[in-house]
Design a protein around this ligand. Sequence first.
Ligand SMILES: Cc1cc2nc3c(=O)[nH]c(=O)nc-3n(C[C@H](O)[C@H](O)[C@H](O)COP(=O)(O)OP(=O)(O)OC[C@H]3O[C@@H](n4cnc5c(N)ncnc54)[C@H](O)[C@@H]3O)c2cc1C
Length: 329
Amino acid sequence: MKPFRYERPATVREAVALVAGDPGAVFVAGGTNLFDHLKLGIVRPCLLVDVTGLPLSGVEVLPDGGIRMGATVRNADLAAHPEVRERYPVVSQALLAGASPQLRNMATLAGNLLQRTRCPYFLNPDTRCNKRRPGSGCAAVEEHSEHTAVLGASESCAAVHPSDLAVALCAVDATVCVQDGTGTTRRIPVTSLYRLPGHRPELDTVLEHGELITAVELPALPMAARSRYRKVGDRASFSFALVSVAVAVDLDGDRVRDARIAFGGLATTPWRARRAEAVLRGAPATADRFAAAAIEELATARTVRANAYKVPLVCDTLVATLRDLCEEG
Ligand SMILES: Cc1cc2nc3c(=O)[nH]c(=O)nc-3n(C[C@H](O)[C@H](O)[C@H](O)COP(=O)(O)OP(=O)(O)OC[C@H]3O[C@@H](n4cnc5c(N)ncnc54)[C@H](O)[C@@H]3O)c2cc1C
């Protein structure tokens, strides 16, 4: 491993200045993703700027009823927070669906959102991967891997986005708060945080070098109280999603007044399913309509034989999740 310097600043301004002023510097939080990449030689920073000493670990209810979650709050603490658990169960469930208790005790909110793909080719330095080494090719696309994305892929990259939490946050329209080296803050909807790979798959997000996530805000969204995250993986725990769904519904009798849906495990980014939502809005809450909504969203899916299983799997998962949610009292 290449030697690096380590700093643990106490203020956001100092942390941002350290990274923004050095192209070889990176932020580190829980380290559960970054340290694996250091050991594999996927990243070779000269300076690690530890953000866990910053005053960013609080969770507060905002005057409008939304919730502001600090960037360094640990995944375990966030999942257990009573306001998050009761008013946004989809967020709490997505956190608990990820990794293991030990990892969730270390991992932070922002680190989870910015973790990198688990595509086996990205993680294997002996293979071609445009995300790891731009211009080297994409072995996942060429070898028709069963792990590849069926939505949002390009010829350069079909690596699936890994975060369970990001899928839930997309469904409830969360906003990411970011600060840069000039002291400017900007607010980015989570649905706009991630980039489709196109010809630049090495860029996962719209963040610039040195931009620090300081918080994520959940909007006041009463319908989020009826929400759920369901993940299908090779194992019931400690495995990444083959597919997942995050759903919130607002019912008017036996009709759907409004629905929020996002898919995980399917795409190169967390995938907000707006076409499916449009099919459900005002429609009867029946399994047939739920299936029609899934089919509409997946009409643009591009599959090869190895990953085609994802389409029926996510359709069935969405139907089952919506049915369960709508049957709740
Ligand atoms: C065995 C294993 C199983 C796992 N299973 C799952 C799973 O099923 N589902 C799931 O969602 N995740 C899973 N994970 C991923 C895990 O949740 C992430 O590793 C973790 O959330 C990353 O958080 P961290 O704080 O440790 O980030 P770090 O490793 O510290 O950082 C990750 C990235 O975020 C950047 N970063 C961190 N904080 C900030 C900030 N405030 N502003 C800007 N950039 C920042 C870092 O520079 C780095 O690029 C698993 C991980 C392991 C090792």
